[in-house]
Design a protein around this ligand. Structure first.
Ligand code: GDP
Ligand code: GDP
Length: 438
């Protein structure tokens, strides 16, 4: 089951970032080798009372541009409506209600989404209580007073959020059809690729049960197998919202990748690979999803013998945190290698669900540690006792050692490479959890 999405919406300075940081707490995953992905804190995973969700800051409003604040807020609210299961509408107790709040509240009400009205900066719950009642005037239900700065009211708010989160749908959980998200910057050819993939075989375009988001998924039958392409509506929505907002691009990618088994990152051959591509790829990497890099518009560039190598080198360099991803050169326009893309999707799915036997795994481990001695620190050497695979998608291993502190990143990378050399795991991240065994 994919994680539900909770989005924060509100005017500049009402405390969105402060609340975001409080909710995200220390749980923001900083993946050291994924450059720039989590540092800008557009999204974070939050856990509360045994449930988890992805929190999104729809942010991106320029506080100085007074005349355009409302239009930007509408845009921000639209992003939340499109992508979130629950929307936190944040207001400011000190500033009170302003016109823009009322307009955005109308918009949220009409969307029929779960909206929680949050009044921030209620720094004194007793003294400020009466003032909070004013916020009933927005007509979107009970105001929930908090002070993000003092971290008060946060637990109650999270309890309310959990009540509104969709329950896991049995349908969706049992749905074992491959789910594929096509992601990438604007104009790289995502919609064209979807059309090429669907071809004549399109079955239905439908809302998938179990999500409260405005996502439209397309189902296609290919070689007797059904595939679900995630949120194809988001791809067609371009004129409604400025898709070139980097912020929006990331939010959209996070919500699509969250629900997918595999992300196909589309890169424009005419433009080459960019840092923005790395950010999008990083989302799939962090979330342990399968990934395929598809260099599109391959028909449109002049090629010689070294073109593939040059592109490959540049992509490997920019996406250095995911050497395991295959790179394909395709054309949505001419249909070049679209069939192979399906084969690649199958391959990546298989590897993300592969289980390896503990016996073989430990043979690899002892060979690996014999070939390259584990590191030492102050005379103490890392000992790797044994290893076992605990889950799939992404394949996750637990390695038992004498002392976690000795298990340096570079040595774990080495172990990972040894595992990959034997078992492949093409196109999927793998995780190695290190545990101490006394
Ligand atoms: P954003 O623009 O909505 O992201 O707002 P920020 O999180 O940057 O906060 C704007 C200002 O409000 C900052 O100066 C915060 O320190 C302040 N602030 C945030 N939460 C609270 C609160 O609970 N009480 C008070 N008094 N100030 C707060
Ligand atoms: P999106 O914004 O990522 O969904 O991109 P679109 O699918 O709308 O494509 C953007 C532009 O690139 C359109 O003008 C397409 O016709 C063009 N395009 C898409 N794929 C290809 C391709 O494989 N080759 C060429 N030459 N143009 C393409």
């Amino acid at each position: 089951m994919s994680k539900p999405i909770v989005a924060i919406v509100g005017r500049p300075n009402v405390g969105k970032s402060t609340l975001f940081n409080v909710l995200a707490g220390s749980r923001i995953a900083i993946i050291e080798d994924t450059p720039g992905v989590t540092r800008d804190r557009i999204y974070a995973d939050v856990e509360w009372s045994g449930r988890s969700f992805t929190l999104i800051d729809t942010g991106g409003i320029e506080p100085d541009a007074k005349d355009i604040i409302l239009s930007q807020m509408r845009e921000q609210a639209q992003i939340a409506i499109d992508t979130a299961d629950v929307i936190l509408f944040l207001t400011d107790f000190h500033q009170g209600l302003v016109d823009a709040d009322a307009k955005v509240a109308d918009m949220l009400r009409r969307s029929h989404k779960s909206v929680l009205l949050v009044v921030n900066k209620v720094d004194n719950f007793v003294k400020d209580e009466a003032g909070v009642y004013e916020f009933y005037n927005l007509g979107i239900g009970d105001p929930h007073p908090i002070s993000a700065a003092n971290r008060t009211g946060i637990g109650d708010l999270l309890d309310e959020v959990l009540k509104d989160l969709p329950q896991a749908q049995p349908d969706e959980m049992e749905d074992d059809r491959p789910k594929v998200a096509i992601v990438g910057k604007p104009n790289v050819g995502k919609s064209s690729l979807i059309n090429a993939l669907l071809g004549e075989n399109r079955l239905i375009v439908s809302d998938i049960a179990g999500t409260t988001r405005d996502a439209v998924d397309a189902v296609v039958k290919h070689n007797g197998r059904e595939y679900v392409f995630i949120d194809t509506a988001g791809l067609r929505r371009k004129n409604k919202i400025k898709e070139d907002l980097e912020h929006y691009m990331i939010v959209r990618a996070v919500t699509a990748v969250e629900r997918a088994d595999i992300a196909v990152l589309v890169i424009d051959a005419k433009e080459g690979v960019t840092e923005q591509d790395a950010k999008i790829a990083g989302i799939a990497h962090e979330r342990g999803k399968g990934i395929i890099v598809a260099v599109n518009k391959w028909d449109a560039i002049e090629k010689d013998n070294s073109s593939v190598k040059k592109f490959t080198d540049r992509i490997r360099n920019t996406l250095s945190f995911m050497p395991y991803a295959d790179i394909m050169f395709i054309s949505a326009k001419t249909g070049q290698r679209i069939q192979k893309l399906y084969d690649e999707i199958d391959t990546v799915l298989d590897s993300s669900k592969r289980r390896v036997a503990t016996g073989v795994l430990n043979e690899i481990l002892s060979e690996a540690t014999a070939m390259q001695q584990p590191p030492t620190d102050k005379g103490k050497r890392l000992r790797c006792y044994y290893m076992t695979q605990v889950s799939v998608a992404p394949p996750t291993f637990v390695l038992f050692v004498n002392d976690k502190k000795l298990a340096h990143f570079s040595y774990m990378r080495y172990i990972e490479n040894q595992i990959r050399e034997t078992f492949g795991f093409k196109g999927t991240a793998i995780r190695i959890l290190v545990r101490e065994k006394k």
